[in-house]
Design a protein around this ligand. Structure first.
Ligand code: KG4
Ligand code: ZN
Length: 359
């Protein structure tokens, strides 16, 4: 059984064909990073325009790479939200048109559920499946959420960010320091060249739900740190580098980044990772988790993966393969399989929901 997944919630136009819930036959992604990079973040109007441009070729590519004709599909799955409404609309409208004209069932998928399924489906195809109850940490540019995932794929929200998402904090810090967009991969690559204990960040104590996160304080602390120094020269050199090269190499970044700034980056990343893992560990303990799933763009972070490896945890921790960490459509198609089995179909009234919650 094959499902075509379509994802267009943020700045990647993606389509994928997944077979039997775990076998990815194709995963085509058209990234808009180069369009948004010069603005230091995603510009919603440009994102919708790029999705419109990308959707038809991306779906065609996904079908071609999977050697699958539309007639061989069992359903079309599409991201309903959360995300940018104009971007979501493009994927939803296209999925509806395809479902209607090809007489295929339509399945609406929550983007966050997709991120969780990127790992569940990957492990299903291996010999160490995710065991339930599982603790899921979804950490990306738009979300930092902790969920309890039950055997029947039920979700209970345990904690979330009250302000910035962790990926957003990476992106804002990078932008501030002249590293461009997205910030996560650059900071990750440079953090190993600095001392993670050089700068100490004090974090706000959470009132109310202590499993909630807050990353705006650390972002402000970085701003104060930069304001206390004259970094205009090095920031200008980095912006200049960005103007010359689409994706500067680590060596090029290192040539325009002094040790003090590398120490700041390392300390920032260390603090964010500690925050994420401390609350994830507490949540896992609270729900007696049998496994932990970490997904979303920030799950690519090498420092985060090393920090997990270093801790001796009483449960397995699963990460998606790098291609499945950031936004993709394979995770959307994978998340649709249990819905197909339960007969949970959407109809032509399906609407994009920018703030769709996962319950
Ligand atoms: O899942 P994703 O592609 O889109 C959203 O749903 O937001 O995640 C993108 C986010 C960006 O904020 C990006 O900076 C971050 O993931 N990211 C990383 C890394 N790679 C991507 N953050 C930290 N370390 C990385 N290696
Ligand atoms: Zn995402």
């Amino acid at each position: 059984m094959r499902i075509l997944g379509i994802e267009s919630s943020c700045d990647e136009t993606a389509a994928a064909v997944v077979e039997d819930g775990g076998r990815i036959l194709s995963s085509a992604i058209s990234s808009q990073i180069s369009t948004h990079a010069k603005y230091g973040g995603v510009v919603p109007e440009l994102a919708s325009r790029e999705h419109l441009r990308g959707i038809v070729p991306v779906v065609r590519l996904a079908l071609e790479q999977a050697s699958t004709r539309i007639e061989e599909l069992s359903a079309i799955a599409v991201t309903q939200g959360p995300g940018l409404v104009g971007s979501l609309l493009v994927g939803i409208t296209y999925a509806k048109a395809l479902a209607l004209t090809r007489h295929l069932p339509l399945i609406a998928v929550n983007h966050i559920e997709g991120h969780i399924h990127s790992v569940i489906s990957q492990q299903l195809a291996s010999d160490s499946p995710v065991e339930f109850p599982a603790l899921a940490l979804v950490v990306s540019g738009g979300h930092t959420h902790l969920y309890e995932v039950g055997e029947k794929l039920t979700y209970r929200l345990l904690g979330k960010t009250r302000d910035d998402a962790a990926g957003e904090a990476f992106d804002k810090v990078a932008k501030l320091l002249g590293f461009g967009y997205p910030g996560g991969p650059v900071i990750d690559a440079l953090a190993v060249h600095g001392d993670p204990h050089a700068v100490h960040f004090t974090l706000a104590k959470m009132k109310g739900n202590t499993l909630d996160f807050s990353f705006s304080g650390i972002k402000t602390a970085v701003l104060r740190w930069t304001e206390a120094r004259d970094l205009s020269g090095e920031i200008a050199r980095r912006r200049g580098l960005l103007g010359e090269t689409a994706g500067p190499s680590v060596e090029q970044w290192l040539s325009v980044t002094p040790r003090t700034t590398l120490d700041l980056l390392a300390s920032f990343q260390y603090t964010v990772i500690e925050e994420l893992l401390r609350r994830a560990a507490r949540s896992a303990e609270e729900i007696a988790a049998r496994s932990v799933v970490i997904s979303g763009g920030v799950a690519c972070n090498a420092g985060l993966r090393r920090a997990v490896q270093k801790r001796r945890l009483p449960y397995p921790v699963f990460f998606p393969s790098p291609g499945l960490s950031t936004d993709n459509a394979a995770m959307i198609a994978a998340a649709a399989f249990p819905k197909f089995a339960r007969g949970e179909f959407a109809d032509m009234t399906l609407r994009a929901q920018a703030n769709l919650a996962l319950v």
